[in-house]
Design a protein around this ligand. Structure first.
Ligand SMILES: Cc1cc2nc3c(=O)[nH]c(=O)nc-3n(C[C@H](O)[C@H](O)[C@H](O)COP(=O)(O)OP(=O)(O)OC[C@H]3O[C@@H](n4cnc5c(N)ncnc54)[C@H](O)[C@@H]3O)c2cc1C
Length: 392
């Protein structure tokens, strides 16, 4: 196959990871509306450290964590012990800059907003260009995606701050390697709050919910005694993905396609995995001498057959969890106060809660049990196998 051209819209982790992969076989340009990569900040940056190895990347890490303490405001808590520092806080502009340094022959058009995508033609303020392939990686705004693919996702809004000055109280992390997750409906009805040490002196504290997040954020700061702040945040899609992630010559990846774990809002790794899945689909069809449009069909089919329902199942698990928060999770936590549980995958909060909950009470465990097998959305080591299976 001759070298063809691809336009990627959005230089977040998903778009940049894809550019890095595709630049080996295609001419790639990445459009980014902001003038600087990774800014303005919106994300906490927490990922499962092992996932970075799977993706063969080593971006800058701010801190790493062994413990996650899930607590309510009364101090009833469950501490999850990973037995090693398995969770990492990435430096978000650092991740984007790291990926940009690995772009190879791909070019980056900073400060260039894409206004419109029609077929495989991309329009910016300075003109229109047609590509063999257009990939939308615009993040959770979905301004371009919503004109191309029918989908009305639901969101929570997250607000957070880095803080140097705070009161020492029971809610605060007990150590530099402990993350605190606060599940309490007096703070957040449908999501949770988080307190994450950046180092010995600074922490990142935030909250997400579907309404009035700012008011709840101010309350969180009051409770924790955080004094100075410079808040940042954004939208987190929690309702899963659209039915299709491809239309014509356009594919959608990352947040823009709902590759986000509805339980945690985690989309950094999921977004890069969606990019890896698309890149592997393209390599596979190129090897077979097929057309790019066939690669897009493979990407969409793998998504529909192996991923979409898992995102839905996780969305269901998330709803159940938050229902429990509204009714009896406080009681569950009270029963399990001081129980320590060993877990291995930070991305699976629900799995962790389940492991704890399975000790008692039974009702909680039963409600969640059927979902336990559905928790890993994209199994990175199986991507090639899944594609082969589809290509027959
Ligand atoms: C408060 C909060 C906390 C979070 N915490 C975590 C966390 O701890 N762990 C985790 O895994 N995930 C977290 N997330 C989610 C995570 O930030 C996203 O899943 C991740 O950034 C998705 O990457 P992406 O590349 O798909 O999109 P983005 O990172 O949003 O990148 C999209 C890029 O496209 C650009 N763009 C958009 N439209 C256009 C256009 N028309 N033309 C040109 N450029 C355009 C944007 O400027 C942006 O740079 C959090 C999100 C929020 C809001």
């Amino acid at each position: 196959m001759e070298a063809s051209d691809a336009a990627i819209i959005g230089a977040g982790p998903s778009g940049l990871y894809l550019a890095r992969e595709l630049s080996r076989i295609m001419n790639v340009v990445v459009f980014e509306e902001d003038k600087e990569l990774g800014l303005p900040l919106h994300c906490t940056g927490l990922v499962n450290a092992d996932s970075l190895k799977v993706l063969s990347i080593s971006p800058p890490i701010i801190n790493s964590y062994r413990y996650v303490r899930v607590t309510d405001l009364e101090g009833n808590s469950i501490t999850f012990d990973f037995k090693r520092n398995a969770v990492a806080m990435l430096n978000r502009p650092g991740l984007e800059n790291y990926l940009a340094d690995e772009l190879g022959s791909a070019s980056l058009a900073l400060g260039k907003r894409v206004l419109d995508v029609q077929g495989n033609t991309v329009r910016t303020k300075t003109g229109e260009t047609t590509y063999d392939l257009v990939i939308i990686a615009e993040g959770s705004s979905i301004s371009l995606t919503k004109n191309l693919i029918p989908w009305k996702p639901t969101y929570v809004y997250g607000v957070q701050t880095d803080a140097k000055s705070y009161a020492s109280n029971a809610l605060m992390p007990r150590d530099i390697n402990e993350i605190v997750v606060v599940f309490d409906r007096r703070l957040s009805n449908h999501f949770f709050a988080w307190i994450v040490p950046r180092d010995n002196h600074e922490l990142r504290i935030g909250i997400a919910d579907d309404a009035n997040t700012w008011v709840k954020f101010v309350e969180l700061l009051r409770i924790t005694g955080v004094e100075h702040y410079n808040p940042f945040g954004g939208k987190v899609i929690i309702s899963g993905s659209p039915d299709n992630v491809v239309t014509g010559s356009v594919a959608v990846i990352g947040d823009a396609a709902g590759f986000v774990k509805p339980t945690t809002g985690g989309g950094i790794i999921m977004g890069m995995l969606s990019a890896k899945l698309l890149a592997e689909s393209i390599y596979s069809v190129v090897r077979e001498g097929l057309r790019i449009s066939d690669a897009l069909s493979v990407y969409n089919m793998v998504f529909r057959k192996f991923i979409k329902n898992k995102v839905r199942a996780l969305g269901g698990a998330s709803s159940i969890l938050h229902l429990m928060v509204n009714s009896s999770l406080g009681e569950v936590m009270h029963h399990m106060n001081t129980v320590n549980v060993e877990i291995y995958d930070y991305d699976n909060h629900i799995d962790a809660v389940l492991r704890a909950a399975m000790r008692r009470p039974l009702a909680f465990a039963k409600a969640m049990f059927s979902l336990i097998g559905e928790l890993s959305l994209v199994e990175p080591n199986r991507i090639n196998e899944l594609i082969r299976e589809l290509l027959g």
